[in-house]
Design a protein around this ligand. Structure first.
Ligand code: DGL
Length: 254
């Protein structure tokens, strides 16, 4: 048993969508969440830059004596999970696009995979494609996470952006769409509308369950009844924390 907190980070507020699943599944745990807003977006940066930024955030979390780290960002997982696992002894949990569950339920149609350009070009995703990529259509969505960072999760500006970005999918019969960036879960309703109500998948529940499994295996679960959530941002504006608090409570419909 271990009552130290779990460190969680993302390039911004997207990881709050995963926080919600983790808090639900592990209500007795303390969480320290860090959104690196100052350096967002990660998804249009190089692998080297994403790794360097991730290592900085991990340093911050380690100073808070965390017992495990959750990379609540598909982009940072691809660039930093491996190096972090080889240099640190505490559990590192990452998130990846939920292509496997989407593939298992696929019939004859395609599966759109919406993610950042960096996630889609990195080896981690290319390996996932080799295993579960039949019928998958990767769609890079640069500019999309910025809507969530601005607190916009619906409305005309977003709809116009989505219709343009998802234009290549227009003529394709889809069985599902994977939200391969933690920010996109907050846009589920708008994305579903743009893709004619197709079934959406995100990796949040699977990742929360993986965290629970690892904590159980290693005897690291907290014995408390009710945990706490501490929110941090690298942004100079306090609006980021207020938005995190709002999004922690916002319903997500997948
Ligand atoms: N939320 C992040 C992800 O899951 C990335 C957003 C970004 O910084 O580009 O990939």
């Amino acid at each position: 048993m271990d009552s130290r907190p779990i460190g969680v980070f993302d390039s911004g507020i997207g990881g709050i969508s995963l926080m919600r699943n983790m808090i639900r599944l592990l209500p007795g745990e303390d969480f320290i969440y860090y959104g690196d807003e100052k350096h967002a977006p990660y998804g249009t940066k190089s692998e080297e830059e994403i790794l360097a930024l991730s290592l900085n955030v991990v340093d911050f979390l380690l100073k808070h004596d965390v017992k495990a780290i959750v990379i609540a960002c598909n982009t940072a997982t691809s660039a930093a999970a491996k190096p972090l696992r080889s240099s640190l002894s505490l559990p590192i949990i990452g998130i990846e696009p939920a292509l496997k569950p989407a593939q298992l339920e696929r019939k004859n149609g395609g599966i759109a995979v919406l993610a950042t350009p960096a996630t889609l070009r990195q080896n981690k995703f290319l390996s996932l494609m080799k295993l579960y990529g039949e019928g998958a259509i990767p769609v890079p969505c640069p500019g999309l996470m910025e809507f969530v960072e601005r607190g916009i999760t619906e409305g005309e500006e977003l709809d116009v952006f989505l219709n343009k970005t998802l234009e290549p999918l227009k003529e394709i019969e889809l069985d599902g769409a994977v939200l391969g960036c933690t920010h996109y879960s907050f846009l589920a309703r708008a994305i579903s509308k743009a893709l004619r109500g197709v079934r959406l998948y995100d990796g949040n529940e699977g990742t929360a369950r993986q965290l629970k499994r690892v904590l159980e295996e290693k005897g690291l679960l907290s014995v408390k009844q009710k945990g706490t959530v501490s929110l941090y941002t690298s942004s100079d504006s306090s609006a980021a924390i207020a938005l995190m608090q709002t999004l922690l409570l916002k319903p997500i419909e997948l």
